[in-house]
Design a binder for this molecule. Structure first.
Ligand SMILES: Cc1cc2nc3c(=O)[nH]c(=O)nc-3n(C[C@H](O)[C@H](O)[C@H](O)COP(=O)(O)OP(=O)(O)OC[C@H]3O[C@@H](n4cnc5c(N)ncnc54)[C@H](O)[C@@H]3O)c2cc1C
Ligand code: FES
Length: 289
């Protein structure tokens, strides 16, 4: 059992939670993740990146979007409640060194896993440009945190409600056209965004790291749930990743596999909202009687 120490809502359906997990906090390195299971009967095991850790407090920070049944249950926890299982740290840590100039691109919730990597790249002495994008101002997260570590921060929204009206690939292209070019790009966000970021950096030959959020089941390399094709070979995200060379990933295959559960996911999400609305109605009826 891992106690929830603090919980905060960052954006619509996006939560930041500090969870007591001293051994994981001690061991974790940027780029690694945990698998969380809240409902131990038939509950799914959901992978979440370790966004931050505090070894003094013995806590890890998770930032997650409530997109389905399991993340909804997680979002309902309050400080003092406990998460049944937190397993990790899993996955290979990000390769960090002083590359020279690095550009980090975060799309939506992708800013959460990007943050510890950007922080580590800065600490290693890289000149750091960070580009963060979201559909609109309400969905933008970690802007202040990124500003505090980046040499340059470019903020964009699809609808222009905050920062520049652009998709993240637009400023990424401009950064790649600079002389000298960046020595490394890191792009984390929805698969389609990572696909187009890799497509943007390819002609400029800027090495590009992506972090793949795939379907995970056991997190140990045994079930094959998280398989992806990279450079024509089958790799498992949980043990070989989560980071890969973005120019080698078969994104179309990955997007197709992720889409398998989309209708089920949408149904579960809709159901969670209906249950919440019914609960709120019941509560206000009780309060007024
Ligand atoms: C390495 C890694 C790091 C991640 N880091 C983050 C992060 O930091 N923040 C964040 O918000 N998200 C992160 N994700 C994505 C996160 O794991 C998903 O958002 C989460 O799994 C969604 O859980 P859910 O139950 O709410 O919705 P879903 O998993 O979409 O559940 C809805 C339904 O889909 C079906 N389904 C989904 N997956 C499976 C499966 N494996 N097997 C069978 N049925 C399935 C089930 O019917 C399920 O009830 C990460 C993913 C990976 C792989
Ligand atoms: S989650 Fe089972 S092999 Fe990776």
């Amino acid at each position: 059992m891992n106690k929830v120490i603090a919980k905060e809502q960052l954006a619509e359906e996006v939560y930041r939670m500090r969870v007591h997990a001293p051994l994981i906090a001690e061991e974790r390195r940027p780029g690694q993740f945990v698998i969380v299971q809240q409902d131990t009967d038939y509950g799914e095991r959901i992978p979440l990146t370790i966004a931050d850790a505090d070894t003094d407090e013995g806590s890890i920070t998770l930032i997650f979007q409530s997109v389905g049944k399991s993340t909804h249950k997680l979002a309902e926890l309050e400080p003092g409640d406990a998460i049944n299982n937190v397993v990790g740290p899993l996955g290979k840590p990000t390769h960090i060194e002083n590359f020279g100039t690095a550009v980090c691109v975060g799309g939506g919730i992708g800013a959460a896993p990007l943050y510890p990597i950007a922080q580590a790249l800065k600490e290693a002495g890289n000149h750091l440009t960070v580009i963060i994008g979201a559909r609109n101002a309400e969905l933008m997260i970690l802007e202040d945190e990124m500003r505090a570590i980046a040499d340059e921060l470019i903020v964009c929204t699809d609808d222009g409600s905050h920062g520049r009206k652009a998709l993240v690939t637009e400023p990424l292209k401009e950064v790649c056209e600079r002389d000298p070019r960046p020595d490394l790009a890191v792009a984390i966000g929805p698969p389609v965004m990572m696909k187009f970021c890799a497509g943007t950096t390819r002609p400029y030959e800027v090495p590009t790291v992506v972090s793949l959020n795939t379907i995970m089941i056991d997190g140990t390399g045994m079930c094959g749930g998280c398989r992806v094709t990279v450079g024509g070979e089958t790799r498992f995200v949980c043990v070989d990743g989560p980071e890969f060379d973005g120019h080698q990933v078969d994104f179309d295959n990955m997007i197709q596999r992720l889409g398998t559960y989309k209708p089920l996911e949408d149904d579960e999400h809709e159901q969670c909202h209906l249950e919440m609305a019914a609960r709120d109605k019941e509560q206000s009826r009780n309060e007024s009687s």
